[in-house]
Design a protein around this ligand. Sequence first.
Ligand SMILES: NC(=O)c1ccc[n+]([C@@H]2O[C@H](COP(=O)([O-])OP(=O)(O)OC[C@H]3O[C@@H](n4cnc5c(N)ncnc54)[C@H](O)[C@@H]3O)[C@@H](O)[C@H]2O)c1
Length: 311
Amino acid sequence: MREIKNVVVVGAGMMGNAIAQVFASDPGLNVILKTRALKEDRYKPIEENLDIMIARGAATEQEKKEILARIRFVTDEAEAYTEADFVIECYPEVMEMKQELFASIENYCRDDCILATNTSVMSVTEISEKCRRRERVVGTHFWNPGHLIPLVEVVKSDFTSEEVMQATMELLTRVGKKPIYCKKDVPGFVANRLQHALWREAFYMVENGIADPATVDAACKYGPGLRWPVMGPMENSDLVGIELSYNIHKYILKHLADNHEPSPLLEEMLKRGDLGFKTGKGWQEWTPEQMKASADGLKEYLIDYAAKHKA
Ligand SMILES: NC(=O)c1ccc[n+]([C@@H]2O[C@H](COP(=O)([O-])OP(=O)(O)OC[C@H]3O[C@@H](n4cnc5c(N)ncnc54)[C@H](O)[C@@H]3O)[C@@H](O)[C@H]2O)c1
């Protein structure tokens, strides 16, 4: 089995910083953050992440010191990639940029170095198109905030080798993530397909006057949403029984949303300039205090989850 020691994260944006922090939590890994320039305050985003975690008991001052010491910012490509065992790109979501980046990294890295992409939605197969060794390219879709959400979708392209899939799953498990094996490189991978099946139905119900937006959210938060952290739909279906699952679907599926275009309500809101938190109005109106409470509430919930599940 291959040994992974040197991890390179490319792009010190929101995801890159969080992901570097995750890998640097393992004492056996050296982490390079490949950036375009060495900014004076380059450690600040990771320090801020860790400070909030420390305040709620999800990390300690000692861990913060060690994590920061394991991360080195590098601008030179040869210095970044020559010794790399695992590179993960957190570049802008632009196909050509990701393709060119991987092709260029191959000029420096060893033949057995794994190249992982953090793309949210793009085809991993297409991202590997300009690579000499397409079997080493794998999708690793972290969810935002990358240092707090355990899930990482590990995506097998049409070319990814089974060995690369296994090594990637092991590495992510080792740094405390919950990687899932996505057998096919399909739009939305696994988790976004589930999420947007739900959002489609949510928007459809508002569009058709079945429920207002706050009611839809309440139905999730105080109902089935409480089950989801401990029981997914497949397990739940077994629990209630296959016969019931069959009978319910036989009756209800024909009544559910199956539109292939975005809800017309989204289009109307776009036209009106109601862009959600960006403008204080979307599906509902938001005061600055409500928006802050909403964003902070999610962050605190996730940090408390991390503190509770800390090894
Ligand atoms: N933001 C999310 O919620 C989220 C979640 C999962 C996956 N992703 C994916 O992660 C990737 C990064 O997203 P992000 O939100 O961190 O974006 P971001 O804009 O915060 O970060 C992108 C980084 O790339 C750097 N960059 C841009 N051009 C560059 C160049 N030519 N050379 C070197 N560096 C360059 C930027 O300076 C920036 O630091 C995208 O593929 C995105 O789809 C994002």
